[in-house]
Design a protein around this ligand. Structure first.
Ligand SMILES: NC(=O)c1ccc[n+]([C@@H]2O[C@H](COP(=O)([O-])OP(=O)(O)OC[C@H]3O[C@@H](n4cnc5c(N)ncnc54)[C@H](OP(=O)(O)O)[C@@H]3O)[C@@H](O)[C@H]2O)c1
Length: 398
């Protein structure tokens, strides 16, 4: 039976306002936002009486049965979501970092308090990938989930490859248009993609992986040399997150730039869009594409979760209950392009075999197979080296 929701909203920024506007246009909706908690007193598009500034004004209000958490601070979001669940309220959140770092506790809190926490908007904005993975894709058949999960870095790469812009000019454009923050680290270094991938891995394979344990390398070190190399081979470079099933009940996952050929679905995911390819044994490949961010697209994913709550929906996390849990393997070998200047840097990279090599006046590169474990060992140094790494896509399921 449908339940009436009385909502306390946290955050009235891009997504909070987007939700408010989308909600106004939703015809068959029996829901009310009764309070909005924000951080600062300032002029807003709604009268002052809608707003409060103390989380407890919502969290301790017995008339509010649903909390929608749309703030931009993961630590504060954790406290809000935890207390809301403990106080018996259902929660919708879009905070991928908070979720990815606290999944076991978030699942436990739902169980203990018999409430539901939904978070479709936390991965790929408007694309309904989490609920589809949870409900439709049985993990016996699922082979891999591969995605362009971050709109800002994809926007930058599109400007580089389609409009011949430099990395710096493309980043500035992305910042001017509001696609990238003034500190773009979270997006361009791959962390945003990583947190989304952790959430997708749970709903794909039932495994909760510690984000600190996953190889994550972004696009900030890309040079004209790398771009030229990719162009000559008719590739584009995309920042891709992937979780892949391996032989023997294992999975592996990583966030890395990748050379992408024209025959791949993700080749044509441009600008701030996201795209996810789901590969299975029986159905081969399926592709979900759409807006990964923005006020209304993300607001509509939040609204979809609110509607699901009204119909008593909760994630069952059923893949966690399957008899054979997947083991996370770091032994998988990927074919890696490594552009470098200084020969001594090579001592850090334990290539198992070399496919291609080049030495030039300015830069050199090697392409070869390397174990993820050997890259993970040096993951904290990678960003500070004068190198760029991209996987070629060989040896991967997709
Ligand atoms: N933007 C997108 O397209 C997008 C897409 C997918 C997911 N998300 C996720 O959605 C969430 C919100 O993002 P956003 O882009 O809407 O952020 P935003 O525009 O920066 O807005 C953040 C809002 O949170 C409020 N806030 C911050 N700390 C607070 C606290 N401690 N208590 C109460 N309110 C607090 C701010 O209050 P003030 O107004 O007083 O400053 C502001 O209204 C984030 O988790 C983000 O990762 C965003």
């Amino acid at each position: 039976m449908k339940q009436k929701l009385n909502i306390g909203l946290f955050g009235f920024g891009v997504v909070g306002q987007g939700l408010y506007e989308v909600l106004k246009t939703s015809p068959a909706f029996d829901t009310e936002i009764s309070k909005i908690c924000v951080k600062n007193k300032k002029e807003r598009s709604l009268p002052e009486e809608f707003f409060c500034y103390q989380p407890d004004d919502i969290l301790n209000d017995p008339n509010i049965n649903t909390v929608v958490e749309l703030i931009d601070n993961a630590e504060e979001a954790y406290k809000i979501v935890k207390k809301a669940l403990q106080n018996g309220k259902h929660v919708v959140s879009a905070n991928k970092k908070m979720l990815a770092e606290n999944l076991p506790e978030m699942i436990q809190l739902q169980k203990e308090n018999k409430v539901s926490l939904l978070y479709e908007a936390s991965a790929c904005g408007s694309i309904p990938v989490i609920r589809n993975l949870e409900e439709y894709y049985d993990n016996d058949l699922l082979l891999s989930v591969t995605g362009i999960l971050n709109g800002s870095s994809n926007y930058i790469l599109s400007k580089i490859f389609d409009h011949n812009q430099s990395y710096d000019a493309a980043l500035k454009d992305a910042q001017d248009l509001g696609f990238a923050e003034s500190d773009p680290t979270f997006d361009v270094e791959g962390f945003d993609s990583l947190f989304k991938l952790i959430i997708l891995t749970l709903h794909s394979f039932g495994s909760i992986i510690d984000p600190n344990d996953v190889l994550t390398y972004g696009i900030s070190n890309i040079s004209d040399f790398d771009i030229q190399y990719a162009r000559e081979k008719r590739y584009k470079i995309k920042l891709v997150g992937q979780v892949e099933r391996l032989e023997g009940n294992k999975i592996t996952l990583f966030v890395l730039p990748r050379f992408v050929r024209k025959d791949k679905y993700i080749y044509s995911v441009e600008d701030e869009f996201n795209g996810v390819v789901i590969k299975g044994k029986a159905y081969d490949k399926q592709f979900m594409f759409g807006k990964g961010a923005g006020a209304h697209p993300t607001g509509s994913a939040v609204l979809s979760d609110i509607t699901a709550l009204a119909h008593n929906y909760a994630y069952e996390y059923k893949k966690m209950k399957y008899a054979d849990n997947f083991e996370y393997s770091k032994e998988h070998k990927v074919e890696l392009y490594l552009r470098y200047k200084d020969e001594t840097v090579l001592e850090k990279f334990s290539f198992e075999s070399i496919t291609e090599e080049y030495k030039g006046p300015e830069y050199n590169y090697k392409i070869g197979y390397i174990r993820l474990a050997d890259l993970l060992r040096i993951k904290d140094e990678l960003r500070d080296l004068d190198i760029f790494m991209s996987i070629t896509g060989a040896s991967l399921n997709y």
